[in-house]
Design a protein around this ligand. Sequence first.
Ligand SMILES: [Zn+2]
Length: 148
Amino acid sequence: MDVDQRLLDAAVDQMERRWPAGEQAGAAAVYLSDGSILTSVCLDNINPGVVLCHEVGALCQAYTQNAIVVASGCAGRDEGSAQLHVYAPCGVCQERLALWVPDVQVGVSDPASASGWSSRSLRDVNPHYWAARFGSDGGWPSLTQHTS
Ligand SMILES: [Zn+2]
């Protein structure tokens, strides 16, 4: 399942419920394999070492439910602007998403696209995934391999 406008709209709805207009803000939304959506926002802190990305809450909810994440989109805006941006997952969130193997779709900024973003597989975003060495067939480790 690709990242689509419905998923990004869910992230933006979550962002707008959490932060007033004009503030720097963002949120993430993930599709589960049954088509349902989970959303979350980052956990800010004065200590930047403990801040959590927008995606983390939804990924933890999915894992808690033993659900399969098939797509993840993150959207946000800068302070004083209503312009929305789509953010590719950071390197750490790519590691978190790798739990659900490389076919997970993620939203990325894409200036060549009319919308300004596109949906790509995690494998496309991270073609030289370090842990592929540990996959049973030389490919990406399975969910079971990631969690055992
Ligand atoms: Zn992240």
